[in-house]
Design a protein around this ligand. Sequence first.
Ligand code: ZN
Length: 218
Amino acid sequence: MGTEIKDRMVKFFAKDDRLVTVNAAQGHFATSQSHINYYIDVTRIKIRTKEAMEAAKSLESKMLHRITTVDTIVCLDATSVLGGFLAAELEKGDFHNTNMHETVYVVEPEENSIHQFMFRENVKPAVQGKNVIVLVDTMTTGETVKRSIECIEYYGGIVQGVVSIFSITDHIDDVQVISLFTADDMPGYATYSPSECPFCKKGIPLDAMVNGYGYSKL
Ligand SMILES: [Zn+2]
């Protein structure tokens, strides 16, 4: 497509909270697992405190009655600003936690050179035997989230749910996914395995590679 990705960005409002917005552009994009026809830019929610605070409130109300106990939030995709505000909302609300100090832990796993997630000794107690939620920015194939759930379980954590800004599914295996935006909010949203991608088949070049940090043009 001829125009710049940033000029194609359209603002989308969350159904239940008009103060929560993301930008998205249509095109041909590659994630680490799939090709998608939308790039969803959730940067505002990740780096602006006012937006993160509002998104956290919205997530907390969506989590009510679906998740009762949260000891720890495991943040993937550089979501720890949002994770911090979400922890504060959960502490104010009707959520239980079993932590000795009655506060919600917010941690980020490390990823080693063979893409396994791991927790160091000093962080392990925040996961072992704890009720954990996984916080991600956008979830398409869910492969990364699956790896993180496996990792949390290796460390003895109990995964109560996945919470995300955008997700195309409401569950991953038997774990529930709660998100602010779904594929229904993005008209015609589609994800393809790279070998089945209709854009690639037509010889349409990729606009950009995308990951949790943003996009890089090709
Ligand atoms: Zn493609």
